[in-house]
Design a binder for this molecule. Structure first.
Ligand code: ZN
Length: 326
Protein backbone atom coordinates (compact mmCIF):
# COMPACT_ATOMS: atom_id res chain seq x y z
CA UNK A 1 0.00 0.00 0.00
CA UNK A 2 2.75 2.50 0.85
CA UNK A 3 4.04 3.23 -2.64
CA UNK A 4 7.21 4.96 -1.57
CA UNK A 5 9.42 4.54 1.47
CA UNK A 6 9.08 8.24 2.35
CA UNK A 7 5.28 7.93 2.36
CA UNK A 8 5.56 5.91 5.58
CA UNK A 9 6.34 9.17 7.34
CA UNK A 10 3.17 10.70 5.91
CA UNK A 11 1.00 7.70 6.80
CA UNK A 12 2.33 7.86 10.36
CA UNK A 13 0.89 11.38 10.64
CA UNK A 14 -2.69 10.26 9.99
CA UNK A 15 -4.81 10.96 13.04
CA UNK A 16 -2.35 13.50 14.45
CA UNK A 17 -3.84 16.63 15.96
CA UNK A 18 -2.18 20.01 16.07
CA UNK A 19 -2.70 22.61 18.78
CA UNK A 20 -5.09 25.52 18.95
CA UNK A 21 -5.08 28.51 16.58
CA UNK A 22 -6.90 31.39 18.28
CA UNK A 23 -9.21 34.02 16.80
CA UNK A 24 -7.91 37.59 16.86
CA UNK A 25 -11.28 38.99 17.94
CA UNK A 26 -14.29 37.90 19.92
CA UNK A 27 -17.49 37.46 17.90
CA UNK A 28 -18.58 41.06 17.32
CA UNK A 29 -21.33 42.95 15.56
CA UNK A 30 -19.01 45.09 13.43
CA UNK A 31 -17.39 42.10 11.70
CA UNK A 32 -20.78 40.43 11.27
CA UNK A 33 -22.24 43.55 9.68
CA UNK A 34 -19.28 44.00 7.32
CA UNK A 35 -19.29 40.33 6.31
CA UNK A 36 -23.04 40.43 5.58
CA UNK A 37 -22.61 43.60 3.55
CA UNK A 38 -19.84 42.13 1.43
CA UNK A 39 -21.59 38.77 0.95
CA UNK A 40 -24.96 40.35 0.23
CA UNK A 41 -26.65 38.65 3.20
CA UNK A 42 -29.62 40.62 4.54
CA UNK A 43 -31.01 38.29 7.23
CA UNK A 44 -32.01 40.65 10.10
CA UNK A 45 -31.08 37.96 12.62
CA UNK A 46 -27.47 38.96 11.92
CA UNK A 47 -27.79 42.71 11.52
CA UNK A 48 -30.95 44.08 13.21
CA UNK A 49 -30.56 44.10 17.04
CA UNK A 50 -34.29 44.70 17.62
CA UNK A 51 -35.37 41.86 15.33
CA UNK A 52 -32.73 39.54 16.83
CA UNK A 53 -33.84 40.43 20.38
CA UNK A 54 -37.33 39.17 19.63
CA UNK A 55 -36.08 35.99 17.94
CA UNK A 56 -35.56 32.68 19.74
CA UNK A 57 -31.86 33.62 20.14
CA UNK A 58 -32.58 36.83 22.04
CA UNK A 59 -29.67 38.72 20.43
CA UNK A 60 -27.60 38.98 17.26
CA UNK A 61 -25.85 35.76 16.21
CA UNK A 62 -23.10 35.27 13.63
CA UNK A 63 -23.89 33.71 10.23
CA UNK A 64 -22.73 30.07 10.39
CA UNK A 65 -20.76 30.46 7.14
CA UNK A 66 -18.53 33.02 8.93
CA UNK A 67 -17.09 30.30 11.16
CA UNK A 68 -13.70 30.11 9.46
CA UNK A 69 -13.50 33.89 9.05
CA UNK A 70 -13.24 34.39 12.84
CA UNK A 71 -10.09 32.30 13.02
CA UNK A 72 -8.15 33.51 9.98
CA UNK A 73 -4.51 34.43 10.41
CA UNK A 74 -4.99 37.99 9.23
CA UNK A 75 -3.27 40.07 6.61
CA UNK A 76 0.25 39.52 8.00
CA UNK A 77 -0.36 35.77 8.22
CA UNK A 78 0.06 35.82 11.99
CA UNK A 79 -2.05 34.36 14.77
CA UNK A 80 -2.46 35.82 18.27
CA UNK A 81 -0.16 34.89 21.14
CA UNK A 82 -0.76 31.45 22.55
CA UNK A 83 -1.42 29.88 19.15
CA UNK A 84 0.30 26.55 18.59
CA UNK A 85 3.43 26.53 16.40
CA UNK A 86 2.53 23.07 15.01
CA UNK A 87 2.22 22.98 11.24
CA UNK A 88 -1.01 21.15 10.34
CA UNK A 89 0.19 20.88 6.73
CA UNK A 90 3.56 19.25 7.40
CA UNK A 91 2.60 16.29 5.20
CA UNK A 92 2.35 18.63 2.21
CA UNK A 93 5.86 19.90 2.89
CA UNK A 94 7.15 16.32 2.80
CA UNK A 95 5.38 15.67 -0.50
CA UNK A 96 6.84 18.85 -1.94
CA UNK A 97 10.33 17.69 -1.03
CA UNK A 98 9.68 14.47 -2.96
CA UNK A 99 8.62 16.13 -6.21
CA UNK A 100 4.93 17.03 -5.81
CA UNK A 101 5.02 20.85 -5.89
CA UNK A 102 1.48 21.77 -6.98
CA UNK A 103 -1.65 21.96 -4.92
CA UNK A 104 -5.30 22.47 -5.73
CA UNK A 105 -8.22 22.52 -3.31
CA UNK A 106 -10.77 19.88 -4.27
CA UNK A 107 -13.45 20.06 -1.65
CA UNK A 108 -14.54 21.60 1.57
CA UNK A 109 -17.40 20.61 3.85
CA UNK A 110 -18.50 22.77 6.73
CA UNK A 111 -20.63 21.50 9.60
CA UNK A 112 -22.28 23.74 12.20
CA UNK A 113 -23.23 22.51 15.65
CA UNK A 114 -24.86 25.75 16.78
CA UNK A 115 -24.96 29.51 16.24
CA UNK A 116 -22.18 31.49 17.87
CA UNK A 117 -23.07 34.68 19.76
CA UNK A 118 -21.54 38.09 20.16
CA UNK A 119 -18.82 37.99 22.84
CA UNK A 120 -17.68 34.38 22.34
CA UNK A 121 -14.03 33.67 21.52
CA UNK A 122 -13.25 30.86 19.09
CA UNK A 123 -10.22 28.73 18.31
CA UNK A 124 -9.65 25.66 16.20
CA UNK A 125 -7.51 22.56 16.24
CA UNK A 126 -6.58 20.60 13.14
CA UNK A 127 -6.43 16.86 12.55
CA UNK A 128 -4.56 15.25 9.67
CA UNK A 129 -7.43 12.98 8.64
CA UNK A 130 -6.25 10.93 5.67
CA UNK A 131 -4.02 10.60 2.63
CA UNK A 132 -5.00 8.66 -0.48
CA UNK A 133 -2.86 6.27 -2.48
CA UNK A 134 -1.11 7.85 -5.46
CA UNK A 135 -3.67 8.77 -8.15
CA UNK A 136 -3.46 10.23 -11.65
CA UNK A 137 -6.04 12.85 -12.65
CA UNK A 138 -6.32 15.31 -15.54
CA UNK A 139 -4.06 17.67 -13.60
CA UNK A 140 -1.30 15.23 -12.84
CA UNK A 141 -0.19 12.55 -10.41
CA UNK A 142 -0.32 12.89 -6.65
CA UNK A 143 -2.20 12.39 -3.41
CA UNK A 144 -5.50 13.56 -1.97
CA UNK A 145 -4.86 14.95 1.51
CA UNK A 146 -7.69 15.65 3.96
CA UNK A 147 -7.52 17.71 7.12
CA UNK A 148 -10.36 18.52 9.51
CA UNK A 149 -10.50 21.71 11.54
CA UNK A 150 -12.54 21.59 14.76
CA UNK A 151 -13.89 24.94 15.98
CA UNK A 152 -14.47 25.53 19.70
CA UNK A 153 -15.87 28.30 21.83
CA UNK A 154 -13.60 29.07 24.78
CA UNK A 155 -15.32 28.77 28.13
CA UNK A 156 -14.47 30.98 31.12
CA UNK A 157 -15.44 28.31 33.62
CA UNK A 158 -16.47 24.93 32.24
CA UNK A 159 -15.35 22.88 29.29
CA UNK A 160 -14.82 24.46 25.85
CA UNK A 161 -17.69 23.67 23.52
CA UNK A 162 -17.34 22.49 19.93
CA UNK A 163 -19.37 24.70 17.59
CA UNK A 164 -18.53 23.32 14.15
CA UNK A 165 -15.98 21.70 11.90
CA UNK A 166 -14.48 22.14 8.46
CA UNK A 167 -13.21 19.32 6.28
CA UNK A 168 -10.68 20.49 3.74
CA UNK A 169 -9.25 18.29 0.98
CA UNK A 170 -6.46 19.15 -1.44
CA UNK A 171 -4.75 17.33 -4.30
CA UNK A 172 -0.96 17.56 -3.94
CA UNK A 173 0.50 16.69 -7.31
CA UNK A 174 3.09 16.96 -10.03
CA UNK A 175 2.05 18.05 -13.52
CA UNK A 176 2.18 15.43 -16.34
CA UNK A 177 5.49 16.77 -17.77
CA UNK A 178 7.17 15.91 -14.48
CA UNK A 179 5.42 12.60 -13.95
CA UNK A 180 7.98 10.70 -16.13
CA UNK A 181 9.54 8.08 -13.87
CA UNK A 182 6.38 7.14 -12.00
CA UNK A 183 4.30 6.58 -15.17
CA UNK A 184 3.01 3.05 -15.12
CA UNK A 185 3.64 0.84 -18.13
CA UNK A 186 0.77 0.80 -20.61
CA UNK A 187 -0.40 4.34 -19.85
CA UNK A 188 -0.31 7.03 -22.48
CA UNK A 189 2.81 9.10 -22.33
CA UNK A 190 1.98 12.66 -21.35
CA UNK A 191 2.82 13.85 -24.87
CA UNK A 192 0.28 11.53 -26.48
CA UNK A 193 -2.48 12.41 -24.04
CA UNK A 194 -1.82 16.12 -24.58
CA UNK A 195 -2.49 15.72 -28.29
CA UNK A 196 -5.87 14.12 -27.68
CA UNK A 197 -7.11 16.59 -25.04
CA UNK A 198 -9.22 19.36 -26.59
CA UNK A 199 -10.16 22.77 -25.31
CA UNK A 200 -13.36 22.76 -23.30
CA UNK A 201 -16.09 24.20 -25.54
CA UNK A 202 -18.16 27.11 -24.20
CA UNK A 203 -21.67 26.58 -22.88
CA UNK A 204 -23.80 28.35 -25.49
CA UNK A 205 -27.27 29.66 -24.63
CA UNK A 206 -29.88 31.68 -26.55
CA UNK A 207 -28.38 34.79 -24.93
CA UNK A 208 -24.82 34.13 -26.10
CA UNK A 209 -25.29 32.31 -29.43
CA UNK A 210 -24.94 35.50 -31.52
CA UNK A 211 -21.46 36.02 -30.06
CA UNK A 212 -20.19 32.55 -31.03
CA UNK A 213 -21.93 32.60 -34.41
CA UNK A 214 -20.35 36.00 -35.09
CA UNK A 215 -16.86 34.64 -34.42
CA UNK A 216 -17.42 31.86 -36.95
CA UNK A 217 -18.14 34.62 -39.50
CA UNK A 218 -15.00 36.49 -38.46
CA UNK A 219 -16.78 39.16 -36.40
CA UNK A 220 -16.45 40.14 -32.75
CA UNK A 221 -19.99 41.09 -31.75
CA UNK A 222 -20.67 43.02 -28.56
CA UNK A 223 -24.10 43.12 -26.96
CA UNK A 224 -25.76 46.53 -27.16
CA UNK A 225 -28.81 47.86 -25.31
CA UNK A 226 -31.25 49.63 -27.59
CA UNK A 227 -32.89 51.40 -24.65
CA UNK A 228 -29.90 53.03 -22.95
CA UNK A 229 -27.25 52.56 -25.66
CA UNK A 230 -24.76 50.78 -23.32
CA UNK A 231 -22.51 47.94 -24.43
CA UNK A 232 -22.00 44.90 -22.22
CA UNK A 233 -19.83 41.81 -22.27
CA UNK A 234 -20.19 38.93 -21.58
CA UNK A 235 -23.67 38.94 -23.10
CA UNK A 236 -26.68 38.26 -20.91
CA UNK A 237 -30.46 38.11 -21.09
CA UNK A 238 -30.98 41.65 -19.82
CA UNK A 239 -29.19 45.01 -19.86
CA UNK A 240 -27.25 45.27 -16.58
CA UNK A 241 -27.60 49.06 -16.70
CA UNK A 242 -31.32 49.63 -17.33
CA UNK A 243 -32.80 46.08 -17.17
CA UNK A 244 -34.17 46.36 -20.69
CA UNK A 245 -34.65 43.18 -22.73
CA UNK A 246 -34.35 45.14 -25.96
CA UNK A 247 -30.86 44.07 -26.97
CA UNK A 248 -28.94 43.76 -30.21
CA UNK A 249 -25.25 43.76 -31.05
CA UNK A 250 -22.59 45.88 -32.69
CA UNK A 251 -19.46 44.69 -34.46
CA UNK A 252 -16.26 45.67 -32.71
CA UNK A 253 -13.34 46.97 -34.73
CA UNK A 254 -11.20 44.58 -32.70
CA UNK A 255 -8.95 47.43 -31.60
CA UNK A 256 -8.25 48.03 -27.96
CA UNK A 257 -5.66 48.17 -25.23
CA UNK A 258 -4.54 45.93 -22.40
CA UNK A 259 -6.38 46.85 -19.20
CA UNK A 260 -4.98 44.04 -17.04
CA UNK A 261 -3.56 40.53 -17.43
CA UNK A 262 -2.33 37.36 -15.76
CA UNK A 263 0.24 34.88 -16.99
CA UNK A 264 -0.68 31.31 -16.06
CA UNK A 265 2.33 29.15 -15.21
CA UNK A 266 0.94 26.41 -13.00
CA UNK A 267 -0.60 23.92 -13.02
CA UNK A 268 0.12 23.14 -16.66
CA UNK A 269 -3.16 21.80 -17.99
CA UNK A 270 -3.25 20.41 -21.53
CA UNK A 271 -3.87 21.43 -24.26
CA UNK A 272 -2.72 24.95 -23.38
CA UNK A 273 0.82 26.18 -23.95
CA UNK A 274 2.73 27.65 -21.03
CA UNK A 275 3.38 30.30 -19.95
CA UNK A 276 -0.20 31.19 -20.91
CA UNK A 277 -0.96 34.96 -20.93
CA UNK A 278 -4.59 36.00 -20.52
CA UNK A 279 -5.66 39.60 -20.96
CA UNK A 280 -8.51 41.83 -19.90
CA UNK A 281 -8.81 43.92 -23.03
CA UNK A 282 -10.44 47.35 -23.10
CA UNK A 283 -12.04 47.61 -26.52
CA UNK A 284 -12.12 50.99 -28.25
CA UNK A 285 -15.93 50.71 -28.19
CA UNK A 286 -15.73 51.03 -24.40
CA UNK A 287 -16.35 47.57 -22.98
CA UNK A 288 -13.91 44.92 -21.78
CA UNK A 289 -13.37 41.31 -22.80
CA UNK A 290 -11.21 38.51 -21.39
CA UNK A 291 -9.19 36.68 -24.04
CA UNK A 292 -5.95 34.83 -24.62
CA UNK A 293 -2.94 36.93 -25.66
CA UNK A 294 -0.86 35.62 -28.54
CA UNK A 295 2.31 36.61 -30.41
CA UNK A 296 3.45 38.62 -27.38
CA UNK A 297 7.17 38.99 -26.64
CA UNK A 298 6.42 41.63 -24.11
CA UNK A 299 3.23 42.39 -22.18
CA UNK A 300 2.48 45.78 -20.70
CA UNK A 301 -0.68 47.32 -19.31
CA UNK A 302 -1.98 49.94 -21.74
CA UNK A 303 -0.33 48.43 -24.81
CA UNK A 304 -2.41 48.61 -28.02
CA UNK A 305 -3.88 45.28 -29.08
CA UNK A 306 -5.77 43.94 -32.06
CA UNK A 307 -8.15 41.04 -32.50
CA UNK A 308 -7.19 37.77 -34.12
CA UNK A 309 -9.81 35.07 -34.51
CA UNK A 310 -8.39 31.57 -34.25
CA UNK A 311 -10.03 28.19 -34.66
CA UNK A 312 -9.09 25.23 -32.47
CA UNK A 313 -9.93 21.53 -32.61
CA UNK A 314 -11.66 21.94 -35.95
CA UNK A 315 -14.66 24.04 -34.94
CA UNK A 316 -13.97 26.05 -31.79
CA UNK A 317 -13.57 29.69 -32.86
CA UNK A 318 -12.14 32.04 -30.23
CA UNK A 319 -11.23 35.71 -30.06
CA UNK A 320 -7.59 36.32 -29.12
CA UNK A 321 -5.51 39.47 -29.08
CA UNK A 322 -2.01 40.32 -30.24
CA UNK A 323 0.08 43.50 -30.11
CA UNK A 324 -1.26 46.00 -32.66
CA UNK A 325 1.06 47.01 -35.48
CA UNK A 326 0.66 50.74 -35.25
ZN1 ZN B 1 -29.84 49.38 -21.12
Amino acid sequence: MAEYEWMKQVHDMVGRKTGAAYAWDRINEAMIRQWCEVMGVDNPLYTDPEYARQSEYGAIVAPPAMLQAWCLAGFRDEFPEGTSQDNPFEALTIMEAHGYPSVVAVNSEMTFDRYVRVGERLYYTTMFDSVSEEKTTGLGTGFFVTVIMYFYSQSEAGEDEKVGELLFRVFKFKAPEQAGSSDKAGQDSSEDSQQTIKRTPPGISDDTRFFWDGLKEGKLLIQHCKSCDKLQHPPGPVCSNCQSFDLDSVESTGKGSLYSFVVMHYPEVPPFEYPNPIGLVELDEGTRIIAGLVECDHIEIGQPLELVINTFDGDLTLPQFRPANS
